[in-house]
Design a protein around this ligand. Structure first.
Ligand SMILES: Nc1nc2c(ncn2[C@@H]2O[C@H](COP(=O)(O)OP(=O)(O)OP(=O)(O)O)[C@@H](O)[C@H]2O)c(=O)[nH]1
Ligand SMILES: [Mg+2]
Length: 457
């Protein structure tokens, strides 16, 4: 994956659809030369008008045929995204036109960029660290305000600064431990102070790990499974939360077969709502059987289970079965629906979980349900879109490893065990923390991170 940086790469950096403009981006030492063979300015020369848009045409370098009327800009290294020479050609945003411009660049000596390769160059050339590179991807993928805010803070380096400060403190301790190992006569380790320092670092890493749950929820979106026995109003509830008639609603039990997934923004957080087939022990046919399996799969994957019950009817055995299945979810909310009708059931068959009374039909209680969803996912508002939170499984696993070896090292030091084993633990901790910002990231890690980027980024 870590190809040499001395070739020039090209990609269409805007989405492949129809739009007012589309951009082909070149990065590398030959970017200007290649662009000059593809771009014919109306007047002047691209190389003399640095960082200024030049008007002209994209042409086929071999036949001279005009491809498109474009604007081009040359941005010389090192003040560019990749820290290399970059040229952008802004053409009309049609997929075919852009592909012709890209093909012209490739014929003139550029290589097709892999997904994330521009950002990889920015990382390798030291413009951003690995957490910031991830933040760029997350910013592109943000679906709501909280995710955007969190990604931007990470791009500004808030998470990196927090991780670096902790790693720096640990590296200092490691240096002192190693010095006392290498020069036992001259250097004596201040054991009390080292224990204090390591204890403080441990607390900081624990706090960092605590931020992971909400950080990841903010970035990925909160998955909510709407479950219940047939006909309690699950699909009506989905429609009420979305504010549109998305799912089919009928008085016939077993209307919904397949799962239906839709996103909705609440308080800036993205919730991914899944409407499911009614949970029943007696499916009418094969499609309903598969529907029930899918409902259970959605329940197993969700962050929050929304258990729906019909308040206008007495509870049934099936409701109790639903409650039992839902109890395994990490977080749950009970919804008593159809409260516009005379209420027969006052309480759901679920203990110690928030109960929201609504009418999907009239919309009563839906705002309270929205609020309850946010509270179920995040225990405080401060957890939403935090400034220096762990935001991916990759980062979380690195912190977990760092914590484990740090706790071991601290315990060994307290127990008065040989310092070389303590040093080993601290090395592992620093190694794991360095993976977050990329200082100690292996090629495998980089491959994993950058392969999740979109093309041209
Ligand atoms: N009065 C009243 N009727 C409702 C309410 N919510 C849903 N209904 C009615 O209840 C029936 C079933 O609603 P659905 O939303 O299809 O229920 P469901 O749980 O998705 O049903 P399945 O997909 O069959 O499992 C429909 O006739 C709805 O109009 C409500 O809040 N009040
Ligand atoms: Mg339904």
């Amino acid at each position: 994956m870590l190809t040499p940086l001395d070739d020039t790469i090209a990609a269409i950096s805007t989405p492949l659809g129809k739009g007012a403009i589309g951009i082909v981006r070149l990065s590398g030492p030959q970017a200007l030369a290649i662009a000059e063979s593809v771009f014919r300015p109306k007047r002047g020369a691209l190389r003399r008008r640095k960082r200024q848009l030049c008007y002209g045409w994209a042409v086929d370098p071999e036949s001279g045929e005009l491809i498109d009327e474009v604007l081009a800009v040359f941005m010389p290294a090192p003040c560019t995204f990749t820290r290399q020479d970059v040229v952008e050609i802004h053409g009309h945003g049609g997929p075919y036109v852009l592909q012709r411009i890209l093909a012209a660049c490739l014929r003139s000596g550029a290589r097709m960029a892999r997904p994330g390769e521009m950002t990889l160059r920015a990382f390798v050339n030291g413009r951003i660290d690995l957490a910031q590179a991830e933040a760029i991807r997350d910013l592109v993928e943000a679906r709501g305000e909280a995710a955007r805010r969190q990604a931007l803070a990470q791009l500004e380096g808030r998470l990196s600064a927090r991780v670096r400060a902790c790693r720096q403190r640990l590296l200092q301790c490691l240096a002192e431990v190693e010095a006392s190992l290498d020069f036992p006569e001259d250097v004596e380790l201040d054991q009390g102070r080292t224990i204090e320092q390591l204890g403080a670092a441990l607390q900081e890493l624990q706090a960092l790990l605590r931020s992971a749950e909400s950080g990841i929820l903010t970035r990925e979106g909160v998955r909510v499974a709407i479950v219940g026995r047939p006909n309690v109003g699950k699909s009506s509830l989905l429609n009420a939360l979305l504010g549109e008639e998305r799912a089919i609603v009928t008085p016939v039990p077993g209307t919904t077969r397949d799962t239906i997934e839709e996103c909705v923004n609440i308080s800036g957080v993205t919730f991914v709502l899944t409407d499911t087939a009614g949970l029943t022990e007696e499916p009418a046919d094969l499609a309903e059987t598969i529907g029930v399996e899918r409902a259970r799969a959605a329940l197993a994957r969700c962050h929050v289970a929304l258990a729906v019950f019909d308040a206008s009817e007495p509870l049934r055995e099936q409701d109790a079965a639903v409650a039992q299945e839902v109890a395994r979810a990490p977080r749950m909310l009970a919804v008593l629906n159809k409260c516009d009708l005379p209420v027969v059931t006052e309480n759901p068959p679920l203990d110690s979980c928030p109960v929201i009374r609504v009418s999907a039909k009239t919309g009563a209680g839906i705002d309270a349900l929205r609020e309850a969803l946010v509270q179920a996912a995040f225990s405080t508002d401060a957890e939403i879109g935090q400034e220096a939170a762990i935001t991916s499984e990759r980062q979380k696993m690195a912190v977990e490893r760092a914590l484990k070896s740090l706790a071991e090292g601290l315990e060994l030091l307290r127990a008065g065990l040989p310092l070389d084993v303590v040093a080993l633990c601290l090395q592992q901790t620093c190694q794991a923390l360095g993976e977050i910002t990329g200082e100690t990231a292996t090629e495998d890690i980089l491959e994993l991170v950058f392969s999740s980027f979109c093309l041209g980024k």
